[in-house]
Ligand binder design. Sequence first.
Ligand code: ATP
Ligand code: MG
Length: 253
Amino acid sequence: MTRNNIPKDHPRVHSLKIRSKMSDSFHSGILSQNGLIAHGRGEAFDYILGENTNKISLDTIRVATAQLLLSDSVISVNGNSAALCSKEIVKLAKLTNSKIEINLFHKSPTRVKKISQLLKKHGAIDIYGENKKYLTRVPGLKSNRKFIDKRGIFSSDVIFVPLEDGDRTEFLKKMNKTVITVDLNPLSRTSIMSDISIIDNLIRVLPEMIKQSKNMSNFSSTDLHNIVTKFNNQNQLQSILKFMSKRLIDLST
Ligand code: ATP
Ligand code: MG
């Protein structure tokens, strides 16, 4: 099914449109084959969540946004996040004064270039992770995601990694970075290891972060700090698992 022949009254029209967007992004070289599989896994968890942003995630999104506003931060972009939300990534980076860095698991110079062009089309000016001259390594990490920019992830305190792979989260933590992630799977290593794990669909999360960063734009550092320090990620993940379990039980009785 292509985007043009999805029936408007199809009960899952929104999900099908996103699938079609992902498939287009695969054909245009933005998204890797594995990115398509990751998307499918995400969809399965979103079904359990009810394809909605619940109250727990809204609170976590607020904490994550406050953390971005408070710190020297970078948004790490991969194929999936570029395919789904390039425009919103650029907008959020501007509002929170975050840098943008491309970091890919299935890396190729062509794909990096295509993602960079897409982000620039939406108004990004400086993109990190592209120029080999500035690349260094995450100590100990074996995958291609080990290459990080000295001016970006390497020298920043807070790394926002929408749709991250568990491996790198672990090593970024070893580098004493604060890691914020978006992952629909509350059981993934990424969700468990991050400091702030938003269990929700990136499609819904970024517009909400944009809204919240506007709302918080005149908050003092003390206000932002208070929002961040009250947060406990482990409790939050337990609440999400309870929310999902309750939904399944409610649906089965
Ligand atoms: P980990 O390496 O963290 O243990 P994994 O190997 O299952 O987990 P990856 O393939 O590394 O996961 O990363 C993809 C993750 O992204 C999946 O957990 C999937 O649920 C999630 N995901 C996919 N699409 C979305 C989306 N639109 N919004 C949020 N999360 C998503
Ligand atoms: Mg993984």
